[in-house]
Design a protein around this ligand. Structure first.
Ligand code: UN1
Length: 507
């Protein structure tokens, strides 16, 4: 396939890199099969512990030099990476679509998110501001600075195999850090392709080897990073189970972590909603990326007066969904990531039925021509109660749960009544309801939208959520602060040494 050649992906790839150097990987080999057609795309050799240790040593060496580069100069490098990504958007978007299975448009969209975060980071490289304060002592000055942390570990998930790494790495780099990336074992080739794009730009600009590092491998690599005092910050995106393990290990050594974990996102559809607009938000949110976004819409909380009308609209829209090869732009829904994901989807449907769920759009596996990979499923819709244990759980698949409400307070309580707290939305033209939803007594999520669905956040805002979603923030706003250490500086330019709080200490 031409796009693989253009991205320098071979049949057998090395999965350990410090930039231009690819030291021989001694760990297990990962085989990347496309969920699109079930074919083996290529293999990638993973790292063993000695590979990992060597990468960390190189990264630390690089940090000692990279942190001395003025931040806007680091920004200039990221600007060039953004340019390289613009040039490679087509190939990289295709690889994302082929290796992960999301629609081609969404593959391109993901690369666009990378370009956007590069632009954002370039500007930010001149704005790593701290505050200044007035000292309580005469002829004293106080201010704060932000300094880089060192080696930042990045653990990313299969569903956004390139964008989430870029949110973390572009910010980490302009802040003066070096990065060690463990991509999902389900999408190693996306990791290799990104590393190659970046390494070229770094080398051209004489950036030290070891600023961008790649360590392909399984769970072990995540454990090494989480337990490693040489990695002051671990940013992990994935399941709540993984995040709890990473958070506990990093916390035990009092390191820092940014956790972006599961969501169980709901849209409240008010009786005052624009129902046509709501339909687009709900359907894209539920079936886009085959329901495998952290921000995918899992639940619709619909006002009783519009419940029948809206569920009829949903049924009608679902009839028109085209399921199939995601590289064919006519299709709306591609495959799940692998057969294990199909098994989880089927078992969630069974559990939902056992708890009393009533499927108004039936699910099931797709078989026959074009579905040979065994990873394609039908998006489905079930009428449920919010308390069902399956509804309380995040299933990474296109299963949409619908439920009825009467008053807005109940709707907000249902929206909040799950362990996760990533994204949430209300569809309403009623100002009182919208403001109540956004208020301190409203949605408890990190993202709360009005007249927009739950998925498809822009990079400019801080991205992340509360409760079991982990509390971390990535991407825009002031998320960069998590990649730096804050230092308060007090300078005395007087001839005395007055003590704070007026304390007298004489001898
Ligand atoms: C994720 O699913 O981990 O808001 C990230 C969105 C995307 C990012 C999702 N911008 O849907």
């Amino acid at each position: 396939m031409e796009f693989l050649q253009k991205l320098h992906i071979d049949n057998d790839n090395n999965g350990v890199s410090t930039g231009l150097e690819w030291p021989a990987a001694n760990g297990e080999k990962l085989f990347s099969y496309s969920p699109v057609d079930g074919k083996l795309i290529a293999a990638a050799s993973g790292a063993d512990k000695s590979n990992y240790d060597a990468v960390i040593a190189k990264a630390k060496e690089a940090f000692a030099k990279w942190r001395l580069w003025p931040a806007p100069k680091r920004g200039e490098i990221v600007r060039q990476i953004g340019e390289a990504l613009r040039n490679k958007k087509e190939e990289l978007g295709k690889l994302v679509s082929y290796e992960m299975g999301k629609s081609l448009q969404e593959g391109y969209g993901e690369v666009q998110e990378m370009i956007d975060i590069c632009d954002f980071a370039v500007g930010l490289s001149r704005q790593l501001h701290g505050l200044t304060m007035h000292s309580e002592r005469p002829a004293h000055r106080m201010y704060e600075q932000y300094h880089p942390l060192g080696v930042v570990g990045i653990i990313s998930a299969f569903n956004f195999p390139v964008a989430v790494w870029s949110w973390n790495s572009m910010l980490a780099w302009i802040c003066g850090n070096v990065t060690v990336w463990k991509p999902s074992e389900k999408t190693p080739l996306c990791g290799i392709a990104c590393q190659k794009i970046v390494a070229e730009i770094f080398a051209k600009n004489n950036v030290p080897e070891g600023v961008s590092n790649l360590v392909i491998g399984g769970r072990d690599v995540g454990e090494w990073m989480s337990n490693d005092v040489n990695v002051p910050l671990v940013s992990a995106t994935g399941s709540t189970r993984m995040g709890k393990a990473v958070g506990a290990a990093v916390g035990a050594r009092l390191g820092k972590s940014i956790l972006e974990l599961g969501g169980n996102n709901a849209i409240i559809i008010s009786k005052d909603a624009d129902l046509d607009m709501s339909l687009v938000g709900a359907v894209f949110g539920a079936v886009g990326t085959a329901g495998q976004r952290c921000t995918s819409t899992r639940r619709l909380i619909i006002h009783k007066d519009v419940y029948n009308t809206f569920t009829d609209k949903l049924k009608n829209a679902y009839k028109q969904l085209r399921i199939g090869n995601p590289l064919d732009e006519h299709n709306h829904v591609g495959p799940l990531i692998d057969k294990d994901a199909v098994t989880m989807y089927l078992s969630a449907i069974d559990k939902c039925k056992a708890e009393g769920g009533n499927f108004i759009v039936e699910g099931g596996e797709m078989t026959g021509d074009g579905f040979e990979s065994g990873c394609y499923v039908k998006p489905c819709i079930a009428e449920v109660k919010n308390e069902y244990s399956i509804v309380q759980h995040e299933t990474f698949a296109p299963i949409l749960y619908v439920m009825k409400y009467d008053g807005i307070d109940d709707a907000i309580a249902m929206q909040n009544g799950v362990p996760q707290g990533l994204s949430s939305a209300i569809m309403t033209l009623n100002l009182r309801e919208a403001e109540a939803f956004l208020s301190h007594a409203g949605s408890d999520c990190g993202i709360a939208n009005v007249n927009i669905g739950t998925s498809g956040a822009e990079i400019g805002g801080a991205f992340g959520g509360e409760k079991e979603t982990g509390g971390g923030r990535e991407s825009g706003s002031d998320a960069w602060k998590a990649y730096m250490r804050r230092q308060t500086n007090t300078i005395n330019y007087s001839t005395q040494l007055p003590l704070a709080q007026g304390i007298k200490f004489e001898f």
